[in-house]
Unconditional design. Structure first.
Length: 280
């Protein structure tokens, strides 16, 4: 691999014209400059500088190196300017991961308002139960329902959400001895330690929608977000202690200072603070 330090030393020598001058620019001992230039020339098998009483003068090959470095420097300056400008602009494509516990109408209006105000910004949304996409940098912001937010992420709790065990009325009357329990991805994510006194049915329901449909059809009892269970007629709450979790807006620490990420996180936080989810 290219040793960029070789080029840094070569650029300093070309700029200063002497070993001592290059050493002053780089903050190193002159012998270090001499050793690095000698090593660079030996590695390439060519002379980059001609030694004279006046100092070091670039050879034809040395001038090619210096010219290339000048071009690279300009490219990097333009890149840096673009990166700084981009960090300050609310633009680009952001990826948002959202807990399947939360219904789209809770956050989609906030996304529409944000992207309407900033036409150069787009947001793609995908469901996920955990912070894994954010931790892997596959998402820019996460809106999650968690008992505990990962320490390595940054963000804020913007509300609480309660859960309850629910079943169709006839099944609830048979609880717990003759009513099956329907395990779910939600239970695994929110309450893996929940002790259920009923027999477990086979398999696991992977979405809240399936849980609501199964419970409503009388297939058994299951753990549900209370605010969603109350939207379905006929579901009865069971006597089972259930957890409360928090709604978190999270991002990666590396995203600090990114205007787009902060704008999305702020819009989601504002939207969720007004939601009535902690219904016990």
């Amino acid at each position: 691999m290219t040793d960029w330090d070789d080029y840094r030393f070569a650029a300093a020598v070309a700029q200063a014209g002497t070993v001592r001058g290059a050493a002053d620019l780089l903050g190193v001992h002159p012998s270090t400059v001499t050793r690095r230039i000698d090593h660079f020339e030996q590695r390439l098998g060519i002379k980059l500088f001609a030694r004279s009483v006046r100092g070091l003068v670039p050879t034809a090959e040395g001038r090619r190196v210096v010219g290339a470095l000048d071009n690279i420097s300009k490219v990097l300056q333009r890149l840096e300017t673009a990166l700084v400008r981009g960090a300050r602009e609310i633009a680009g494509e952001l990826k948002l991961s959202v807990s399947p516990v939360l219904t789209p109408e809770l956050f989609l209006p906030a996304l529409k308002e944000l992207t309407d105000a900033h036409s150069a910004l787009s947001v793609s949304v995908s469901p996920h139960w955990t912070a894994a996409p954010l931790q892997r940098r596959e998402a820019d912001v996460s809106l999650l329902v968690l008992r505990q937010a990962p320490d390595e992420l940054v963000g804020r709790s913007v509300g609480a959400i309660s859960f309850s065990a629910r079943a169709q009325a006839e099944e609830a009357a048979r609880w717990p001895d003759h009513c099956s329990w329907l395990p779910s991805a939600l239970q695994q994510a929110i309450a893996p330690d929940l002790v259920v006194p009923a027999a477990q049915s086979g398999g696991s329901l992977e979405s809240v929608e399936l849980q609501l449909a199964a419970a409503g059809a009388g297939l058994g009892a299951t753990l549900l977000p209370t605010y969603r269970a109350l939207q379905v007629s006929g579901l009865v709450e069971l006597a089972l202690p259930c957890p409360t979790a928090e709604v978190w807006v999270l991002s990666h620490p590396d995203a600090r200072g990114m205007a787009s990420t902060q704008a999305l996180a702020g819009a989601l936080a504002d939207a969720m603070r007004g939601a009535e989810l902690d219904i016990g």
